[in-house]
Design a protein around this ligand. Structure first.
Ligand SMILES: [Zn+2]
Ligand SMILES: [Zn+2]
Length: 173
């Protein structure tokens, strides 16, 4: 979705904006093919203040998403609690702001690409290795059983036979 914030008329003391349109995030995760589902509604606050030759953009995103656990691949809810401080500099005021991917100029007025900015901040806040719980036992490497549901029938204590060849190799020190 497109969502641009005009930076004209923001008072000197700054101004706060709140965004809760889920499409800011769901449109992008669908477009990027990410295995995410909505959790608690995502809400972003942006505090924008003119500063020097640009704008200071501070804020936070809170809510949650549902994504596969990195060990057992079951769906798990992951809290999102991102906070950020970002500076957008107004360079090349005549035409556009080629160095600033979140700015454009429309009719002489600088505008912030809120949707792209909030998507990037969200994406940075996603956990690399989400877990359904810290003690998740994951999947049995031999039979694929979810070990959170109980012990599988694979022989206990015997490692994957495919690894035996590596164990027999002597590593010189
Ligand atoms: Zn898990
Ligand atoms: Zn097993």
């Amino acid at each position: 979705m497109e969502l641009w914030l005009s930076l004209q008329g923001i008072p000197a003391q700054g101004q706060e904006f709140t965004y809760a349109d889920q499409a800011i995030w769901t449109d992008n995760w669908t477009a990027f093919g990410l295995k995410l589902k909505p959790g608690k509604p995502l809400t972003a606050t942006l505090f924008v203040q003119a500063q020097g030759q640009g704008y200071l953009v501070q804020g936070a995103i809170t809510g949650s998403v549902v994504m596969p656990c990195s060990r057992c691949v079951e769906e798990s809810e992951q809290d999102i609690a991102a906070s950020f401080t970002h500076f957008e500099e107004l360079t090349g005021v005549d035409e556009s702001y080629p160095d600033e991917k979140f700015l454009r100029e429309a009719g002489g007025v600088p505008e912030l690409d809120v949707a792209a900015f909030l998507w990037e901040q969200f994406a940075l806040a996603l956990p690399d290795k989400p877990l359904c719980r810290s003690e998740c036992q994951g999947l049995c490497p031999r039979c694929g059983a979810n070990l959170n549901a109980g012990v599988c029938s694979c022989p206990q204590g015997s490692a994957d036979p495919r690894m035996a060849v590596f164990r027999s190799l002597k590593v010189p020190h």
